[in-house]
Ligand binder design. Structure first.
Ligand SMILES: Cc1ncc(COP(=O)(O)O)c(C=O)c1O
Length: 479
């Protein structure tokens, strides 16, 4: 039996239509499988959607258990729902308006470890049906999309939308490039490592990236114990002979800085991961023009769930090898996802072209993205301005050819450094119920943490509230 905060009985309403879609055994199994688990994605979203509980705020216990486990390594089994003391205090008007918010209690754990780009959800909600894609049952049965294209599984509509968007934004050269589509740019990173590793060498090619580097490169390079390539860590200290592949991430995840390759030796190949080279994150200073450039809708538009990335590849032979990798690993890429991504990119491009209309700035996705990230960065900088123990990187002001204005970067992550006696910044934040990713994971110092700036509004608000209370207690501010 559950009681509401004032002691009355909890009024539970079930969405019978949603529940009826599956039989009782399905729900039992789902419920049992989710409670107390830490598998990602954590949330028991189906249960949250199927059960609407009125009168007091209720949150999925599975999420709560996960958060507790992440926090202190223990699990509290049992209840499937939890009552929260606050009902609406953490709702931003933004999130409340679109009905998308979760009601976080003021002492909830804030998970800012992942770079899940849900910050853009409000924008897409407000776009209504503009991006809705309807696919009849007879469409896209074939493995093939365009047999004349080197990348035979790439939907022509997506290719067109990608080229148009880069041309409108001015962030990459697309002429005379092969486009290879992937299941997220994650798959393309692996395809590029395969394509760039010489097949006939006695030793594997070294894979390097300047620290702090995106933590998944190491994981991807080591996962299958390939004989073709081997992770060799920080590019700054790399001194081996032989072939190597340098990952160049610009702007960089985790620290947001724009970068160039650092290894200057013969026999090297480079992969430019430009996932964040979009105007909401950084000024667009020139069209990028490298041999292999990787992009992803995950970071461009926020549609990480569609799992669509693309590579712009200069050399046809390299592109062909990447296509071979994709053919063997997944026989291409979901056509449904490609259709959706094509539509979304097209809508964004059209919004950019309409800049002169009275609605121009509102419809322009990048203006929206830039303004919401600027606001968050201003709030964060302001909150930490008197801190004696936590500091943030500064970014140079540059001219952006897309916005035609000067601005500084507003990266997708804050790279926070602790001073003083805090040697393990991730542990410090965990102790205050904020989950971050330790600098260690990026080949850097544990005095650093990476904090997502692209979470939902309520998570960001709660993070700021948590920092403010640490300020008030003189824990992070000057006494
Ligand atoms: C620098 C960088 N490259 C690639 C990826 C992978 O993105 P995708 O969702 O397209 O696989 C990420 C995701 O966080 C990233 O930060």
């Amino acid at each position: 039996m559950y009681r509401s905060h004032p002691g009355g009985l909890l009024d539970v309403e079930y969405d019978m239509e949603a529940l009826r879609r599956f039989d009782g055994q399905y729900w039992k199994n789902l419920f049992n499988s989710r409670v107390g688990k830490t598998n990602w994605p954590y949330e028991s979203e189906k249960l949250e959607h199927a059960t609407r509980i009125t009168d007091c705020s209720v949150k999925s216990m599975a999420r709560e258990n996960t958060e507790r486990e992440n926090m202190c390594g223990t699990t509290e089994q049992g209840h499937a729902i939890r009552l929260s003391s606050s009902s609406s205090e953490n709702f931003s008007s933004d999130a409340r308006n679109n009905g998308a918010s979760r009601n976080l209690s003021s002492d909830a754990v804030v998970n800012l470890d992942h770079g899940d780009p849900t910050i853009f959800e409000t924008y897409w909600r407000n776009m209504g049906d503009k991006c809705t894609v309807v696919l009849p049952g007879y469409q896209s049965l074939s493995y093939f999309a365009d047999t004349k294209n080197l990348c035979w599984f790439l939907e022509p509509k997506l290719e067109e939308s990608i080229k148009k968007l880069h041309t409108v934004v001015g962030n990459a050269v697309v002429d005379d490039r092969c486009i290879v589509v992937g299941t997220g740019s994650s798959q393309l990173i692996q395809a590029a490592l395969y394509a760039l590793s010489p097949p006939d060498q006695p030793k594997p090619a070294s894979v390097v990236c300047a620290a702090p580097y995106y933590s998944c490169y190491k994981e991807m390079a080591e996962f299958l114990r390939s004989g073709l390539y081997k992770w060799e860590g920080d590019a700054h200290t790399f001194d081996k002979d032989g072939s190597y592949i340098e990952m160049v991430t610009s702007p960089n995840n985790p620290d947001g800085l724009c970068r160039e390759a650092v290894v200057k030796k013969d026999g090297g190949k480079r992969v430019h991961d430009l996932a964040y080279y979009w105007p909401q994150y950084t000024p667009i200073t020139a069209p990028a023009d490298y041999d292999i450039m990787l992009f992803t809708v995950s970071k461009c538009t926020g549609h990480a769930g569609s799992r669509i990335g693309w590579a712009l590849v200069k050399d046809k032979e390299v592109a062909q090898k990447m296509v071979t990798f994709m053919t063997i690993s997944t026989i291409g890429v979901s056509k449904e996802s490609q259709h959706r991504a094509a539509k979304i990119l097209e809508v964004i491009s059209n919004g950019c072209e309409d800049l002169k209309s009275p609605n121009g700035n509102i419809d322009n996705f990048f203006h929206y993205g830039q303004s919401i990230l600027t606001k968050r960065w201003d709030i964060l900088r302001n909150t930490l301005k008197n801190s004696r123990v936590l500091s943030l990187a500064k970014y140079p002001i540059k001219y952006c050819h897309f916005t035609q204005d000067f601005s500084e970067a507003h990266p997708a992550f804050a790279w926070i450094k602790s001073k003083d006696k805090i040697d393990d910044c991730e542990k410090f934040f965990r102790g205050h119920k904020v989950l971050t990713r330790s600098g260690r994971r990026f080949g850097s110092d544990p005095k650093y943490v990476r904090v997502s700036m692209v979470s939902k509004e309520e998570d960001f608000e709660l993070f700021i509230k948590r920092l403010s209370s640490l300020n008030n207690l003189n824990i992070i501010s000057a006494a």
